[in-house]
Write a protein that binds this ligand. Sequence first.
Ligand code: DAT
Ligand code: MG
Length: 138
Amino acid sequence: MSTEHTLVLVKPDGVARGLTGQILARIEAKGYELVDLKKFTPGRELLEAHYAEHEGKPFYEPLVAFMMSGDVVAAKVSGHRVIEGFRSLAGTTDPTTAAPGTIRGDLGRDWDLKVQQNLVHGSDSSESAERELALWFG
Ligand code: DAT
Ligand code: MG
């Protein structure tokens, strides 16, 4: 078995709504390991580096502002194929139409025209995971 690592963020909407425990429980119930956890309000510099691929898109500024609006819980999660597996648990980006059974589909919906408040972030590839884990966990 080859173990990989991914970055999961419970975004400010998830923390503010008291869903952190439920979200982390789904990750553990799937059989993944929570290797490291921290809770804090991220600053602009970290978020701009994290979301560099989206710079210039219409939702970029609202996204950074939303992510700075309160505490997030960052998790380093490990397991076989966890990058793909967590993306599948999270569901598609738009929480209004994400499939039932997923975190976004069961617990989320859209509240804002400018940015989708979709409860969680998960790295989308091994390159992203490595880059993002270095940013959030050093
Ligand atoms: P994901 O979080 O599913 O990997 P992404 O990387 O394409 O999605 O976008 C990052 C975040 O930006 C996403 O979680 C919510 C927000 N976002 C993406 N596309 C959007 C859109 N068309 N309108 C509003 N917000 C959007
Ligand atoms: Mg993404």
